[in-house]
Structures are given as C-alpha cells and as structure tokens.
Design a protein around this ligand. Sequence first.
Ligand SMILES: *[C@@H]1O[C@H](CO)[C@@H](O)[C@H](O)[C@H]1NC(C)=O
Ligand SMILES: *[C@@H]1O[C@H](CO)[C@@H](O)[C@H](O)[C@H]1NC(C)=O
Ligand SMILES: *[C@@H]1O[C@H](CO)[C@@H](O)[C@H](O)[C@H]1NC(C)=O
Ligand SMILES: *[C@@H]1O[C@H](CO)[C@@H](O)[C@H](O)[C@H]1NC(C)=O
Ligand SMILES: *[C@@H]1O[C@H](CO)[C@@H](O)[C@H](O)[C@H]1NC(C)=O
Ligand SMILES: *[C@@H]1O[C@H](CO)[C@@H](O)[C@H](O)[C@H]1NC(C)=O
Length: 392
Amino acid sequence: MDVKTVLSVLFLLSISWANAQDLPPFTEDCRSDAYPPPVKDKVGTYVLNLDQAPEDRWTGLVKPLTEKLIVLIQDIKDLVGIFVNETKAVDYLDELLAPMADTFPEPYPGELKGIANATGIPLGQVILYNVFYEVFTVCTSLVVEDKTGDLFHARNLDFGLFLGWDAKNSTWALTERLRPLIINVDYQQGGKTVGKGVHFAGYVGMITGMKPGVLSLSMNERFQAEGGFIGIIEWVLGQRDGQWMGFVLRDAVVKATDFNSTLQYLTSVDLLAPGYIILGGNSTGQGAIITRSIGTKADDVKMLNPSNGTWYLVETNYDNWESPPFFDNRRAPATKCMNTMTQANVGLKGIFNVLSTKPVRNLLTTYTALMHVRSGTLDTYLQYCPQPCFPW
Ligand SMILES: *[C@@H]1O[C@H](CO)[C@@H](O)[C@H](O)[C@H]1NC(C)=O
Ligand SMILES: *[C@@H]1O[C@H](CO)[C@@H](O)[C@H](O)[C@H]1NC(C)=O
Ligand SMILES: *[C@@H]1O[C@H](CO)[C@@H](O)[C@H](O)[C@H]1NC(C)=O
Ligand SMILES: *[C@@H]1O[C@H](CO)[C@@H](O)[C@H](O)[C@H]1NC(C)=O
Ligand SMILES: *[C@@H]1O[C@H](CO)[C@@H](O)[C@H](O)[C@H]1NC(C)=O
Ligand SMILES: *[C@@H]1O[C@H](CO)[C@@H](O)[C@H](O)[C@H]1NC(C)=O
C-alpha cells in the first residue's frame, strides 16, 4: 500500500469519526491573533561547538534526554515492525544498521557514535532514528518577500503520522513525544556562528536552517514511488550511491557563501530520497522551491518573481504544478491566508499567523520556525492544536 492510499483511508475514517462526534469543522478563518505566541512555547538554543571532536559535541544535549529518546525510538521500531510484519527483523536492525555509520561522510560517523555512547542507545537504533526523518516529514514551508525586497522564510514541521493514535487525548503519541526534543542549534566555529538549525535532539542532519546574512532553507517530504523507503533500503543493501538529504542540507548551510551557488548545488547534488527543498536568500527574487528526485535530477525549480506578482512561494508535500489530493489540502488555505495578509504586512507576525491557521496547523504540527536572514533571526515555537483539529 502506498502512502497516498494509506492517507486517504485514514482521511475517510477520520471524517466518519468526526461526523459521529458531531465536531465542528477542522478549518478556521485566517488568524491575525496568533503572534506573539506564549513565551513558554519558545524553543531554547544549544551551541554545537564544531571545534570539539564529533564524538563529544552532542553529549551535553542528548545525555539529559536519554529516556525520552528511548521511548521515541521504541515507537519507531514498533512502526517498522508493522511494515515488515516480523518482530525478529526489528531485532536485526541494530546489527544491520550499525556498520552503516562508517559509510557516512565526516563528521557524521563520529557524531552518531558519540550520541550512542552518551545515551547508551545502540548505534543501529541511533541510525534508525536519523534515517527516519528522511521520510515521513509532512510540512508546510513559505518563502516571502516584503515590498522592500527583504526576505522571510517559515515552516511548520508536521511529524508523527501513523505513529500511535492516542484515542483518549485525540493526539498522535509520537508527535507529543517529539516536542520536548525540539531545540535550536547554533553551529559555532572559532566562537562564531556559521549556521543555525532546528533539530530534534539526536538527529544530526538539518531539515530547517539558515546561514545568517546569506540564506535559509527547509525540506519537505515528497511522496514518490521510487523514493523514500526504497532509495534508503537500496542504500542499506549497498546498491545505491547518493547522499542523505539531512547531511547535504546541513553541509550546504554551514558552507554556504551565496544564494546562487547553493541553488545550483542543491539542484544537482546526488540524493538518496526525493524531496522539496525550499531556499531563501538575502535579496529580492532569491526564493526557490526545488522539486528533487533521487539521483541528480531536479524536476522543477520555481522562483520568486516579485516583478510579476509572485512575492511568496508556498510548498506542502505535493508538486506545485499539480493539485494537492483532496484529503490533504494545506496549500489552498495557506495561499488564501497569504493573500489575506497582503505583501504590505509581511513579517514574522504575518507569516506566523498564516502557519497557525487550521488546517495548516494540525495535530501533527510540532513546531513553527521563523527565519529572517538579514538579521540572522531564527525563532522556533512549539505548536499545539487543541480539538477540533485535523489529524494531519
Ligand atoms: C504477519 O505474520 C503472521 C505470523 O507470521 C501471519 O499469520 C500474518 O498473516 C502476517 N500478516 C500479514 C499482513 O502479512
Ligand atoms: C564513551 O564515553 C566515555 C565517557 O563517557 C569515554 O571515556 C569513551 O572514550 C567513549 N567511547 C567512545 C567510543 O567514544
Ligand atoms: C494524555 O493527556 C493526559 C492529561 O492531559 C496526560 O497526562 C497524558 O500524558 C497524555 N498522554 C499522552 C500520550 O500524551
Ligand atoms: C547577500 O549575500 C551575499 C553573499 O554572501 C553578500 O555578498 C551580500 O552582501 C548580502 N547582501 C545583503 C543585502 O545582505
Ligand atoms: C544569480 O543568478 C541570477 C539568475 O540566474 C542572476 O540574475 C544574478 O545576477 C545572479 N547573482 C549573482 C550575485 O551572481
Ligand atoms: C511569474 O513568474 C514565475 C516564475 O518565473 C512563474 O512561475 C509564474 O507563472 C509567473 N506568473 C505570472 C502571473 O506571470
């Protein structure tokens, strides 16, 4: 069964469930009151000292979170168990995945081993946890330009689909477990910030991040037949070259010199899984949705073009030249709220309101990150979605 089929079945079930409960609709008018969110929802920052050995640099973050990580990884193992219907296979995962660490580029082998050592979690499970973010990230990303050519970039990260519906609380158990692990990471070298990212503690790749003054990026999952799991399984079996998205994006941010060359690089770099890479720069017109396939191919690059009225780009989890499926249309409400906001009101407040409007905000939404490249601002807020709320 492919992901879209599973989603549509879940959608139909949830509609009948909602009908049975006589719930009001899951949507709401575009919000104007969500910003600023409560201070308690603002995420803290961990300084990742790149001058420290890879084995040591994450210890201070992950060690105190060990118990939470163990519970979360058990959820992921349970899910893999459902897909392969063979509990024994799950036990072999440790043995199967642990040797993979040494096939990653530097500094990732050392970082993963250091996390395993600091928490006592077997290395194979740390790798499983890291692989997991390459698939199953259902999200909404925006790149927006104001009337002066200043750029803003924001994203919701929706995560945890299928992972334990908690009927009592009407929440996804895994989504709930992820929130306490969300942290802003300040990448420092020689005492200077060389990049910023939003991480789940223990995940060393980057799917939301920025180089202050230069560019910002986010990655949304793209569901494609030959993508996701297949590319990754082929890689595990040693039948594929190509690189992990989270590592490619982290390296791209930390090493970025300018928007154009990063755009070129991300359009053609060899990837193991497909995805949408949303890139923002520091000057007018520097915004792009790169629709990536596995291998070195980009299916499409859509650019900001304020001179013809394209002052924002919205990407969820579907190709921008096709309609989203009826059961998961977050693009239309996000687009409607962008137009309601108007270009005159572009700013952290305006885009936070758009991303806080149901169903753009839904039960899977873990955080909203707001990025402003010129000032180097990266603010992350935990998001919750009290009922009635769409399950994804
Ligand atoms: C899962 O495994 C059990 C026991 O091996 C078997 O009886 C069952 O039919 C399998 N289910 C599926 C969906 O393959
Ligand atoms: C594991 O951590 C301990 C200290 O907590 C350290 O002495 C040891 O060298 C580490 N092992 C590896 C393989 O990094
Ligand atoms: C469900 O809600 C109760 C009360 O709000 C809370 O104590 C419990 O931890 C929640 N369960 C999960 C899995 O989040
Ligand atoms: C944008 O980034 C480029 C490349 O780093 C830099 O030369 C330029 O000064 C930056 N422009 C602004 C407006 O910050
Ligand atoms: C970046 O690329 C665009 C479009 O190809 C071009 O118009 C612009 O001059 C380039 N900017 C720099 C700084 O190279
Ligand atoms: C404006 O330009 C963008 C990117 O070049 C293009 O995708 C879009 O269709 C154009 N819109 C109009 C109204 O011409």
